[in-house]
Design a protein around this ligand. Structure first.
Ligand code: GLY
Ligand code: MN
Ligand code: MN
Length: 481
């Protein structure tokens, strides 16, 4: 059964999660043949808005738990026996008046059919503990998952233990295995991601058709959200919507609570819209940059085409076996050449790259793994090299070599950020490459980012976001009223 929202929304079969659990036990069996080994995972905990008993946003499941069980219930646990793969789901035991406030209390059979697990047990006080004891648990694999993006660590499952329960716990083995499995998407996962990104593209196109100078940025965010939810069934978004125009478009993560997409859009503004719905917890992450009035100026065209060339060159070069840092450096090189062609920079492009001038215009990483989290896990596992320390490269969310079935964003950008420009002008080496008067023409221009979501394949990458207009000509034709 698993999940859909009827109509044309994508049906996600429970098999997606059955397969993930099977992949997990297959990998675990390679490193442990211990008898009585069980994985215990804890789902997310529902939270209320400060000082009230109402939810702020509808509960969104913790991603590792979701990857294994596909369940949207808060405060649930899951147990998987490594030797047999048997999966038991432990939903919370709900109080009777749940039926008044929240609706029908589902029984074990309902959960069993929905999630395709082997058994369902309501989580009464020692339920998990009792299950483990009666099934001969001798080793517990719990998830302690550091996150290289947030710096947070997901803490191991905290289930209530009967006094005297002393089964040994291992919190080191599970994390690298499960996080690395999340990096490589199955066919069923890719179907969900294709759908989420398709909805993102359609919503971006709706915004591009509807935008007019003198609207507010947040009205574009609102249109995007409406399209994603009304037409795509996407209730959640993978990150805060960035609907930046004019000089705001050089603020990489504009749109937060203190900069809530609130500017009036002016004729002549460039828009940099980075917005992505998620569907059944799978993320999309698409950025479209375009002129608010539908017609590029010559300067906008120069910068846009330099960024687009960087995006396209990386798409062609990003093959299995290629290291992601090298793709970032390729993007910088193409971008800097574009800025040189635009008369903003002068001199040798390779020397510019060495001086780290690329990071002045492209301070963020070229892209990141994506999946159940928009900045997905596993970027510094596998064959990753240590996080670089040089400007720009230090922002990379992965240094791995690319492999088939990785889903990654390609999102070069070019931003005119006064603080970084001023720093570069004070740096003797970087200043040599800058045509100061010409660069000054671009102060206040804002920025441009072109972000695609791709799947890496040996026979040529798949661009999940190929349906948005991308070239200057395509955008101008599409936006013509
Ligand atoms: N939207 C967040 C990012 O592009 O990484
Ligand atoms: Mn983005
Ligand atoms: Mn991104």
């Amino acid at each position: 059964m698993s999940f859909d929202l009827g109509g044309n929304t994508h049906h996600v079969p429970a098999k997606l999660f059955v397969d993930n659990r099977s992949r997990l036990v297959t990998e675990l069996r390679k490193v442990t043949q211990k008898p009585g080994a069980f994985v215990v995972l804890q789902g997310g905990v529902g939270r209320h808005r400060y000082n009230t008993d109402s939810e702020d946003l509808p509960f969104r499941q913790e991603s590792y738990f979701f990857w294994a069980f596909g369940a949207h219930d808060s405060d649930a646990f899951g147990v998987i026996e490594v030797a047999t793969g048997k999966a038991v789901f432990f939903p919370p035991r709900l109080p009777p008046d749940f039926a008044i406030w929240e609706g029908k209390i589902r029984d074990e059979e309902w959960f069993k059919t929905k999630l395709e697990v082997d058994e369902v047990i309501f989580n009464d006080k020692y339920a998990i503990n009792d299950y483990l004891t009666t099934h001969g648990a001798q080793h517990l694999y719990l998830l302690k998952a550091p996150n290289t993006d947030s710096g947070n660590t997901l803490v191991p499952a905290a289930f209530t233990k009967r006094p005297g329960f002393n089964t040994p716990v291992d919190t080191a083995t599970l994390y690298p295995i499960i996080a690395n499995l999340r990096v490589f998407k199955t066919d069923l996962e890719l179907d969900v991601m294709r759908y989420a990104v398709k909805i993102a593209c359609e919503a971006h196109k709706d915004v591009m058709k509807s935008i007019r100078p003198n609207m507010f940025e947040y009205q574009c965010e609102s249109l995007f959200r409406h399209h994603s939810y009304y037409h795509g069934g996407c209730r959640h978004f993978a990150y805060t919507c960035v609907a930046a125009t004019g000089c705001n478009s050089s603020i990489l993560h504009y749109g937060h609570a203190n900069a809530p997409n609130s500017k009036l859009i002016k004729d002549g503004d460039m828009c940099m819209y980075d917005m992505g719905p998620e569907y059944n917890c799978y993320a999309s992450d698409v950025t479209c940059s375009f002129p608010a009035n539908g017609k590029f100026t010559e300067n906008q065209k120069l910068i846009y085409n330099a960024v687009l060339k960087a995006n396209r060159e990386v798409f062609k070069a990003a093959k299995p076996g290629v290291r992601w840092i090298d793709m970032h450096l390729l993007a910088e090189k193409v971008l800097l050449q574009g800025l040189k062609d635009a008369g903003i920079l002068k001199g040798d492009v390779d020397e510019m790259v060495k001086s780290r001038l690329g990071a002045v215009f492209l301070p963020h990483g070229l892209g990141h793994l994506m999946g159940l989290d928009v900045h997905d896990v596993g970027g510094y596992l596998g064959d990753a090299t240590a996080r670089p320390t040089q400007a720009g490269l230090s922002s990379l969310r992965t240094t791995r070599t690319l492999q088939e079935r990785m889903c990654i964003t390609i999102e070069p950008g070019c931003y005119f950020i006064d603080m970084l420009i001023d720093q570069a002008l004070k740096d003797a080496k970087q200043r040599e490459f800058i045509v100061v008067e010409r660069l000054n023409e671009f102060r206040g221009f804002g920025g441009i980012r072109i972000e695609d979501d791709i799947v890496v394949w040996a026979n040529g990458n798949e661009n999940l976001s190929s349906s948005v207009p991308r070239t200057v000509e395509e955008i101008e034709a599409f936006m013509k009223h």
